[in-house]
Design a protein around this ligand. Structure first.
Ligand code: PTJ
Length: 252
């Protein structure tokens, strides 16, 4: 469908269009559209902008990714469709592998997503194929299967649009978890080491920008940024920002 740029909801409508096409191409599952709708609702409550709390989380997350010994970027259907190009760029910047890890897992979808990311410039995509699988215990979905060369050995994992089950299990396995989830109340946001309560279409470019700024910082300074960040407090600030936005809107 041709959406007019003059439409006040152009961005939102064109993203929906992109996602509908991603379902047709086999990148996304229809359930991903429902998940996106939930995300849209939360984004609306945040004023569809990156909040002060989200900017702080983004800076801390970039510091954590730069400080990590072995960071891995986990990608599902929605993430590939929304920010595939930016994920490839972030992976190149951080020398961090990309691993396809799906909730609605089929070998066919793994391959389609891997091929799509390769067309966007990724050299290698983990998690797609018949290689040995490593099981992360305590995950009640096919997301438990990870690639031993990727999430299996990672010390830090970026998990956009996640379910709390895996975020919790990764933490238990001793890994740091950076979540991108518009819902500040989700289990994922609550259990992650750092939660970016922001739309993935703003959060990943934000991470690229923050990592570019911090790239030459000594490890000690990165550590200070990470240690000064308190996820629980930041989530509370996010909820206050949401309420503040709604109050302003209600009194306009
Ligand atoms: O590709 P698959 O098979 O791995 O499946 C992917 C989905 C997203 C369907 C699967 O992971 C799923 O069902 O996720 P949930 O449990 O619905 O969680 C998705 C979370 O992401 C929800 O809390 C949404 O609010 C949030 N979300 C949705 N769209 C966005 C988002 N967060 C950030 N940016 C978005 N654009």
């Amino acid at each position: 469908m041709n959406i007019s740029r003059a439409h006040p909801r152009f961005l939102s409508l064109s993203i929906r269009e992109r996602l509908a096409n991603a379902v047709k191409d086999g990148i996304m599952v229809p359930q991903g559209l429902i998940a996106h709708g939930r995300g849209e609702a939360f984004d609306y409550l945040l004023g569809e902008k990156t909040t002060v709390a989200a900017s702080k989380a983004t800076l801390a997350a970039a510091a954590l990714l730069l400080k990590a010994e072995f960071p891995v970027l986990s990608v599902n259907g929605n993430t590939a469709a929304l920010v595939g190009r930016e994920i490839v760029r972030l992976s190149q910047m951080l020398s961090a592998p990309i691993e396809v890890n799906l909730f609605h897992r089929t070998r066919q979808r793994e391959r389609v997503i891997a091929q799509y990311l390769k067309r966007l410039g990724a050299r290698e995509i983990l998690g797609a194929g018949e290689e040995a699988r490593m099981t992360i215990r305590g995950i009640a979905s096919p997301r438990r299967e990870t690639d031993p060369r990727g999430i299996g050995r990672a010390d830090t994992v970026l998990v956009p649009l996640e379910d709390g089950d895996r975020a919790e299990a990764l933490q238990r396995a001793g890994k740091k978890v950076i979540a991108i989830d518009l819902n500040p109340l989700s289990r994922t946001s609550q259990v992650a080491t750092i939660s970016l309560v922001d739309n993935v279409v703003r959060a990943v470019p934000g991470l690229i920008k923050a990592a570019t700024g911090l790239r030459n910082f000594p490890r000690g300074k990165l550590l200070t940024i990470i240690e000064n960040f308190d996820n629980e407090k930041n989530l509370a600030i996010t909820i206050r920002e949401m309420i503040g936005y709604l109050r302003g809107w209600a009194t306009d």
